[in-house]
Design a protein around this ligand. Structure first.
Ligand code: C2O
Ligand code: CU
Length: 579
């Protein structure tokens, strides 16, 4: 069982245990003896079973188990000690075990709430708060059931509650809250990069676009979704004028995966102010990286990108030879883009398919009818890519894969999640059962260029209650905090930086650092053995631990966030800063 399933299993068992205890308690209050005597042993069993799941999680990494080992385990133990012996004595009056069973139920629920509402990191405050809650609920039940809670229980509840308040509840206090970003600093002006050789104008506005015969209300660049494809040859100087016609919440342009100077990165509130209706902003940068990229608005990015403010950016080494097509996949109002396109290709012609995932969740691509190679991922060429056949690739949100092939005499077809999007002729194939390529073992290796790291950071991804804003929210968190309260990671120019990214949530988090490409070192303790992988977007699945590294060579303040943009908006955004 992998760590992700283990996390899910542990959660399910914890819910069953708590529900079993509470149900048993309620049944005994109602004098439903058989029900109570059925539920309670079941709960006991589930509680004991957690010893196994918690131990296994601790072995997978302390991040996964901390609060379970430190808070849930002692509470579960107390539940077993208090309720277990009383059950074994099979009471004549079933009501006499009601309070012990309810206590066990509160203990289980309290521990569960700690995991669900706070998670990582475990703190004394949260632990004490949980204990205080359990004791208080037990005391109240005791009273309601017509007996007086013992002095000891009442006093203990009071003492623990006070201690919890003094320690800080842990829910309200972040580990070391720090202001994330100087939100009102003066944005630096575009660096001089020479005379533009390619000029574009993108005007953002509301528009009605037609998708598979249906009219859809969208937000579009130049009235189209995706926006115009921006192409350049390496060495070009791009000048892109962004205008906002009527997007009230503002727009910007972020060059996803393109490591531009910080002032051109297009993050509102960090590198520039959002461009409001009637305003414009001119971006200028040198196209010195070849490859497949994309651009999108970074103002209210979840809504903005979903509604259509995105497009493709391709920088080619030289004029195109053969067939070179981009396949940006997107879901607009539930309708899949692009529409299927058929174009016959003569046998022997080289074909490059640039797959781009502009959605917030992973897409599965499958190329049928031909062997192919994965030439590049996230704009960086792979080393020694071998020929693949009947193999699918998973492209994370924001990610790009370039597939290359030599057109065979027979038709080929590219499927996205089973839907054909690009064909050179009629092909019918079922690709669902194909194995999926693991890029960490694909291609030929090179040694990691660094043997030591100047800075190391760990990001633990989770969910938790965020009480810092005007309204409480169930945020997506990093190290127990949500944007804007996540302390930034501070590096110096030239530092070699290592990130360990741990996902203890039930969601896939496509990680995306601006301004840098990271080299994948390992995933779940296994070193990457394939071609060096320089990524800007990678799926950190539930239970995953990724180690990645990069050289801090692009000064500025950079967003570092989950590219499931709804998660990013719900707290999962922090910043990398240069000191
Ligand atoms: Cu494509 Cu900050 O994002
Ligand atoms: Cu996410």
């Amino acid at each position: 069982m992998n760590t992700g399933s283990l996390l899910a299993a542990d959660l399910v068992i914890a819910v069953l245990a708590a529900a079993g205890w509470l149900g048993g308690g309620a049944a005994s209050v109602a004098r439903r003896r058989p029900l109570a005597l059925g539920l309670a042993p079941f709960a006991l069993l589930a509680t004991v079973a957690r010893a196994i799941t918690i131990t296994a999680l601790a072995r997978a990494g302390w991040w996964f188990a901390a609060e379970k080992a430190l808070i849930a385990a002692p509470l579960s133990l107390a539940a077993v000690v208090v309720a277990g012996p009383r059950l074994l004595r099979t009471p004549r009056d079933i009501r006499s075990v009601a309070v012990p069973l309810l206590f066990a139920g509160y203990a289980g629920s309290g521990a569960l709430l700690v995991t669900v509402l706070h998670g990582y990191p475990a703190s004394a405050g949260t632990g004490l708060l949980a204990v205080a809650g359990v004791l208080a609920a037990t005391a109240v039940s005791w009273r309601v059931l017509g007996r007086r809670p013992s002095r000891t229980v009442s006093r203990a509840a009071l003492a623990v509650a006070v201690a919890a308040l003094v320690t800080g509840t842990g829910l309200a206090a972040t580990p070391d809250a720090a202001p994330a970003v100087p939100h009102d600093h003066e944005y630096r002006n575009a660096r001089t990069v020479g005379e533009p050789t390619r000029r574009f104008t993108l005007t953002a506005g509301t528009a009605t676009v037609s998708v598979s015969g249906r009219d859809v209300a969208a937000w579009a660049f130049n009235g189209q979704v995706p926006g115009p494809e921006l192409t350049a040859t390496v060495g070009d100087v791009l000048e892109v004028t962004l205008r906002n016609r009527d997007i009230a919440r503002g727009v910007t342009l972020h060059w996803h995966g393109y490591d531009v100077p910080n002032s051109q990165d297009g993050v509102p509130g960090v590198t520039q102010a959002a461009v409001l209706p009637g305003q414009e902003f001119v971006y200028r940068f040198r196209a010195d990286q070849v490859g497949t990229y994309w651009y999108h608005t970074h103002a209210v990015s979840d809504v903005g990108v979903r509604r259509g403010l995105y497009g493709v950016l391709v920088v080619r080494p030289a004029p195109v030879t053969g067939v070179d097509v981009t396949v940006p996949v997107h879901t607009l109002e539930g309708l899949p883009l692009p529409a299927p396109k058929t174009e016959p290709v003569e046998a022997g012609v080289p074909v490059r398919l640039r797959l781009i995932n502009t959605d917030s969740t992973t897409h599965r691509y499958a190329l049928a009818g031909t062997p192919f190679r994965v030439a590049a991922i996230d704009g960086s060429d792979l080393q020694g890519p071998t020929s693949l056949v009947d193999t699918a690739v998973l492209v994370p949100a924001g990610g790009r894969y370039d597939l290359v092939l030599t057109a065979p005499a027979t038709p080929v077809a590219l499927f996205v999640d089973g839907r054909a999007v690009y064909l050179t002729g009629p092909v019918s194939a079922t690709t669902d059962a194909w194995p999926v390529l693991d890029p960490l073992t694909y291609g030929s290796a090179s040694p990691v260029p660094w043997s030591r790291f100047d800075k190391e950071f760990t990001l633990v991804l989770d969910r938790g209650l965020d009480l810092h804003g005007l309204l409480p929210r169930y945020a997506h968190t990093v190290n127990g905090a949500a944007d804007p309260d996540i302390p930034p990671q501070v590096v110096r120019l030239g530092d070699v930086v290592k990130f360990t990214i741990v996902n203890r949530s039930q969601f896939v988090h496509p990680w995306h650092l601006h301004g840098h490409h990271v080299l994948v070192l390992s995933r779940n303790g296994k070193p990457a053995t394939g071609s060096p992988l320089w990524l800007d977007s990678f799926d950190v699945r539930p239970g995953d631990v990724w180690e990645v590294a990069f050289r801090a060579d692009n000064p500025g303040t950079w967003a570092n966030h989950c590219h499931n943009l709804a998660h990013a908006d719900a707290g999962m955004t922090l910043h990398l800063m240069y000191s």
